[in-house]
Design a protein around this ligand. Structure first.
Ligand SMILES: Cc1cc2nc3c(=O)[nH]c(=O)nc-3n(C[C@H](O)[C@H](O)[C@H](O)COP(=O)(O)O)c2cc1C
Length: 366
């Protein structure tokens, strides 16, 4: 079956066409460093054709939530190096997802400093998970043009650091309501300068960051995750098709590796959005490799690959709960169910203790 076939992504040779999508698990230490648990977690999943890491903060300013890792200090880079070495020892491939949370954070976990965003517009309709429990979102501090230019550079530095840490590539997290998605959105971006107003201006930030990443590490090591119809984080478009069609046209002019397309979740319907399938609608417009994401199982993923638009399918929750997902697909074996209570934060439980079909030899990297 296509899903289990070897494939390529840029210069990378993947042992199957399944990726593990990025998942924040909030188990880094107070200094944003990963440790032995992360080494185990990621190496357990090294049979994926490709692993996307949890979202990684590109700078201290990028932090939105407690216990999320960073890649801007020497010790954070060293800590990630142990993870990438261990995954490579197991024959895996691992890509760092680069994260700036923008307004999706809270000052209690930012040393009292307000989050920053395109405009001073708070997230409406949900609360933020902080180290002091759920809290209402605050109106963020609107960024100056100078600060925006600095953030573009911060993405470049983080990508450089990711290479030093041994990652096989970087993915710009432009989905799920974080900073790049905030610049794009009609409700979150109220700017009247060159970063707001027209669709051209709202896409400027993402395109500048992509160019910075490509210039820093080379296009074959760069990809982007988009979620056109997913309103998570209070992200709304008057006309998402027009915005994303323009963005894709501009991305098509750049030389990089892939676009991971996250479909909407049925839990977040938006009445005025078209009902089209995102892979059909946007995937066909994309000249880069398409990675399809959200809601797939073995059967629907195979059907997606058969259509010929996507080259890979990425799985989130199924990989979280099934470290040996490719093997389970191969054997048509039953799947472990994910435990929602241990998804974010905590220790080894619900992290590295999901059972394998056959227990592997010890994987703790020494
Ligand atoms: C616990 C958890 C954490 C997540 N964190 C991230 C993240 O850091 N970055 C990201 O791009 N998506 C994140 N996601 C979304 C997943 O990568 C994926 O897009 C989503 O779960 C849909 O795929 P699935 O239906 O196969 O689970 C997260 C999902 C879960 C369940």
């Amino acid at each position: 079956m296509k899903l289990l076939n070897q494939t390529t992504l840029g210069n990378l040779k993947l042992k199957n066409s399944l990726a593990m999508s990025a998942m924040t698990r909030s188990r880094a230490n107070i200094n944003g460093m990963v440790g032995d648990l992360h080494i185990q977690y990621y190496t357990q999943r090294a049979s994926a054709g490709l692993i996307f890491t949890e979202a990684i903060n590109i700078s201290e300013q990028a932090i939105g939530s407690p216990f999320t890792p960073g890649i801007y200090s020497e010790e954070q880079i060293e800590a990630w190096r142990k993870v990438t070495d261990a995954v490579h020892d197991r024959g895996g491939i691992i890509v760092a997802q680069l994260w700036h949370t923008g307004r999706a954070g809270h000052s209690v976990d930012r040393k009292g400093i307000l989050p920053v965003a395109p405009s001073a517009v708070a997230i409406n309709g949900s609360q933020h998970f902080t180290s002091q429990g759920p809290k209402e979102y605050e109106a963020p501090q609107a960024l100056s043009v100078e600060e925006i230019k600095q953030i573009v550079k911060d993405y470049g530095h983080a990508a450089e650091n990711a290479m030093t840490a041994g990652f096989d590539g970087v993915e710009l997290h432009a989905a799920n309501g974080y900073l790049p998605n905030q610049f794009l959105a009609d409700n979150a971006n109220q700017r009247t300068d060159e970063y707001g107003g027209s669709i051209q201006n709202k896409t400027r930030f993402i395109l500048e960051v992509m160019k910075e990443l490509i210039n820093t590490v080379g296009g074959d090591k760069v990809g982007i995750k988009l979620s056109p119809f997913h309103p998570y984080g209070d992200i709304l478009f008057d006309n998402p098709v027009a915005t994303f069609t323009y963005l894709i046209e501009e991305l098509n002019k750049l030389d990089f590796s892939y676009v991971e397309l996250m479909k909407r979740s049925p839990m977040f319907p938006v009445a005025h959005y078209p009902k089209d399938d995102e892979i059909e609608l946007f995937g066909k417009q994309i000249k880069h490799v398409v990675i399809a994401n959200t809601g797939y199982d073995k059967v629907t993923a195979e059907a997606e690959l058969e259509k010929g638009i996507a080259k890979l399918v990425s799985f989130g929750t199924l990989f979280l709960a099934n470290p040996d997902l490719p093997q389970r697909f191969e054997k048509d074996a039953p799947l472990n169910q994910p435990d929602r209570a241990t998804m974010f934060g905590g220790g080894y439980q619900g992290y590295i203790d999901y059972p394998f079909l056959e227990e592997p030899t010890s994987i703790l990297h020494s």
